[in-house]
Design a protein around this ligand. Structure first.
Ligand code: FES
Ligand SMILES: [Fe+2]
Length: 464
């Protein structure tokens, strides 16, 4: 039965849309309870979301416990070697079937009455089955599974909506950038250790939009880090956005890249054994761009963010590329669970892996320097959003950076440096990527069929 929404919600979405056209955003919308509930239904049961990396479940029976929105799932490699995303909910009364964070199991047994399921999701039995259930058809009572599961370069995504497009269609222009960052290692990537988890008292969208194109904060909020030289290799000075290009990739996705005009040794290849790690199997264009790309940070709508850049721990030490991926799980309008994985190329030496993981933990681990910087203001934003006064006056935030009426000379060019698709803004003193994230959010929140493709131009505010 379709769910009917409060018409007032649609008026709010219209208001957000109009505000974005003016380069503003009504702050109270961020943590609205009604909208939060609707996000869980309209966004998280439909969008493609990241659930885990194949290196976490390499053997048959390996599983990890994951969430899509607030709903629990088990990402598992079945006995048949197929990867599935099983709804963690017993078909008998709905109790949980998985009580561990990770493990290896041929079967999951519900702790309530003992119904048992194979790691492929099939129901295999229940206590006193013949006496209790006679000839009940077990094949009708297997665990419910995500409608779609796809693996792109080892990264596993799922969508709970049978109507969802393929992952490739969903990524749209972002696929080119995903290939750029993750598709060119000969041996692929692996996750090091367990994903770190922490609670941030902020709204999940604040984190998604920050990673989706808020380079403007780096030179101020993170200034102290450049002063202690932690990032000296990456940031030639404290004006990092000057060397960063913003790419609006459509469908709510965006990425910021530091693409150098020439290969200056600061690109993805920066490890001493870089030449051995990479392959040009995806073509010369991506291969060449990777050589020249020193950093990337981006968001795949709705709540998956990627980040990598070279770091140097001391003046003497050489650079180390740190890579993290993160999911911003919605827990309440003012609370997100930050899940953070450290990634390394499989082809690195053990010593290099340790060094790369250490750099990642020092910066974007739970107590990492950047993480501490970032999460404090995110929490303050949520507090503002909740205030009665902001609601009373419909307080509008300024999202006008880079808009023509703001008088800034933002260029939409950059093709000579970066051949990839999407709308490119250079330098990165602009907030079109953030407005684009919110436009896709509005589109997903509307009632109706699965949201159609949103082109970069539409995300940029051009109406069809
Ligand atoms: S709820 Fe799972 S066996 Fe009864
Ligand atoms: Fe930051």
């Amino acid at each position: 039965m379709p769910i009917h929404f409060d018409p007032q919600v649609d008026e709010i979405l219209d208001h957000v849309d109009d505000s974005l056209d003016a380069g503003t955003f009504p702050v109270s919308v961020l943590t609205d309870k009604g909208l939060f509930d609707r996000e869980l239904e309209r966004i998280f049961t439909r969008a493609w979301v990241y659930v885990g990396h194949e290196s976490e479940i390499t053997s048959r029976g390996d599983y990890v416990h994951r969430y899509i929105g607030k709903d629990a799932f088990v990402l598992v490699r079945g006995e048949d070697d197929q990867v599935r995303v099983l709804f963690d909910s017993c078909r008998h009364r709905g109790a949980l079937i998985c009580r561990a964070e990770k493990g290896n199991a041929s079967h999951f047994r519900c702790s309530y009455h003992g119904w048992t399921y194979a790691n492929t999701g099939e129901m295999t039995g229940a206590p006193m089955f013949r006496k209790a259930y006679g000839s009940m058809d077990k094949s009708k009572w297997g665990l419910i599974q995500a409608a779609h599961v796809e693996n792109l370069h080892g990264f596993i995504f799922a969508s709970l909506d049978p109507e969802a497009p393929t992952l490739e269609e969903y990524l749209g222009e972002m696929k080119w950038y995903f290939d750029l960052v993750y598709g060119q290692l000969k041996d692929g990537w692996e996750v090091i250790g367990e994903p770190m988890r922490s609670i941030v008292h902020a709204n999940w969208k604040t984190a998604s939009e920050n990673f989706g194109g808020d380079d403007y904060h780096t030179m101020f909020l993170h200034k102290s880090l450049t002063e202690v030289n932690l990032t000296a290799f990456y940031m030639d000075d404290t004006r990092a956005p000057l060397s960063v290009m913003h790419v609006l990739a459509g469908n709510g996705h965006s990425i910021a890249l530091d693409v150098r005009p020439e290969d200056d040794g600061k690109g993805f290849w920066m490890w001493p054994n870089g030449e051995e790690l990479y392959t040009d199997a995806l073509g010369e264009e991506l291969y060449d761009t990777a050589r020249r790309t020193a950093s990337h940070v981006g968001t795949i709508f709705p709540n998956f963010s990627i980040l990598g850049f070279p770091l140097q721990q001391t003046v003497e030490s050489g650079p180390v590329a740190m890579h993290v991926i993160r999911v911003w799980l919605p827990r309440s309008p003012t609370e997100l669970e930050l899940i953070n994985w450290v990634l390394v190329p499989k082809g690195l030496t053990e010593e290099q892996k340790t060094e790369a993981a250490r750099s990642a933990l020092a910066t974007f681990g739970t107590s990492g320097t950047f993480e501490q910087d970032d999460t404090e203001p995110w929490e303050a934003v949520a507090r503002t959003s909740e205030t009665a006064f902001a609601k009373k006056i419909d307080m509008q935030l300024n999202y006008q950076l880079g808009m023509p009426q703001n008088g800034t000379a933002i260029s939409r060019q950059g093709d000579e440096i970066l051949s990839g698709p999407g709308i490119k803004y250079f330098p990165a003193f602009e907030e079109g990527l953030l407005r684009g994230f919110w436009r896709r959010w509005v589109q997903f929140m509307r009632p109706g069929d699965y949201p159609t493709t949103m082109t970069p131009a539409e995300q940029d505010g051009e109406r069809g």
